[in-house]
Write a protein that binds this ligand. Structure first.
Ligand SMILES: [Cu+2]
Length: 335
């Protein structure tokens, strides 16, 4: 993890010297926004508003033990998990509603509401599906402009906070669901990040280093792991309305601290989804995306974007489902 962060840091620090351009940074081009999966990537000019909707769907299938595949039978032999109760696949759908407003040229405020819909199938076909859905954690953030250069580069600070509005009391019948099926963290979380952006005539680049720091413990006696994340992307402006992007993202999330007091010892022994030590992972993903920006006509100011992400490398803590792919689709409108 240290090596990877050093790599991203080196690129971040060198970028200002590598991409010279003679115009200030502008959002008014398709790649004026980062790939759609990046949050808090851009700021607005004073008085501007933006509303957005993103739909993200994440597919997971098959079991990993660290970075190796493991069959349900082997997980049963090695760890004593109940073969029928082991997860087989999971789909996490997230609807994200966002708003942004620049109260000055130095500060852009944003807030984002999440609605989650999770579905998990078990190895035992008779087990049925486990489901949870509802409001997730509400996130508020301030983006602060640190510096802008005439050469199309800028850097800003993201200061975010998420409020524990998502439920951590989700159950299937009388049984408390595992950590991955809960809708919120249950804690107040601090989301700091620093974002760097650069534009040339036909290309743009960006990098974001950030994380999630949990504050205290939730009322079910546990704390989700802290997260570190580094993203690096580049985009090519194909026309005045269309751009294509590639993104590399590395993140590391620690295991859970404490344990959900609703989970019984039997539940914990049966499935890693209920174990604090089988939460969090180290993952590097590649993302490919398209941004479309309506420059004029009745849809002027609207944007549509899509991004597909797949892991290049992942190592889970304990035994967990393997992430296959993530799609993010988004609409944004600024005025
Ligand atoms: Cu915006």
């Amino acid at each position: 993890m240290k090596k990877t962060s050093l790599f991203f840091l080196t690129i971040l620090l060198n970028a200002p010297f590598s991409f010279a351009h003679d115009e200030p940074w502008t959002a008014a081009r398709p790649d004026g926004h980062a790939p759609i999966s990046v949050m808090g990537d851009h700021m607005h000019t004073m008085g501007e508003w933006m509303v957005s909707y993103r739909f993200m769907t994440m597919e997971m299938e098959g079991l990993l033990n660290g970075s190796n595949d493991i069959s349900a039978t082997d997980a049963n032999t090695t760890y004593g998990y109940n073969k029928m109760m082991l997860p087989k696949s999971m789909t996490m759908d997230m609807h994200m509603f966002g708003a942004m407003h620049a109260i000055s040229d130095k500060w852009t405020l944003m807030c984002m509401l999440h609605y989650l819909d999770n579905e998990m199938t078990m190895q035992g076909s008779s087990m049925g599906k486990m489901e949870s859905n509802g409001i997730g954690d509400l996130k508020i953030a301030g983006l602060y402009d640190l510096a802008r250069w005439d050469s199309g580069r800028r850097i800003h600070l993201n200061i975010g906070l998420s409020l524990p509005t998502g439920s951590i009391d989700e159950k299937s019948g009388n049984n408390t669901l595992g950590y991955g099926m809960q809708l919120g963290s249950g804690t107040w979380d601090f989301h700091p990040a620093v974002t760097y952006l650069a534009q040339t005539e036909n290309y743009s680049y960006g990098a974001q280093l950030g994380g999630i720091l949990r504050i205290g413990e939730n009322d079910q006696d546990y704390t989700l792991g802290n997260k570190f994340e580094a993203g690096l992307w580049g985009a090519r402006k194909i026309t005045d309305s269309l751009s294509a992007s590639a993104k590399l993202d590395y993140s590391n999330q620690d295991e859970v601290d404490g344990a959900h007091k609703g989970l019984t010892t039997m539940q914990k022994n049966m499935s890693p989804g209920n174990q604090a030590t089988s939460q969090g992972r180290d993952i590097t993903t590649l993302g490919l995306g398209l941004n479309y920006y309506f420059q004029d006509g009745g849809l002027k100011g609207h944007r549509l974007a899509a991004e597909w992400e797949t892991p290049l490398d992942q190592k889970v803590n304990g035994v967990q489902l393997e992430l296959d792919s993530t799609w993010t689709l988004g609409w944004q409108y600024a005025w």
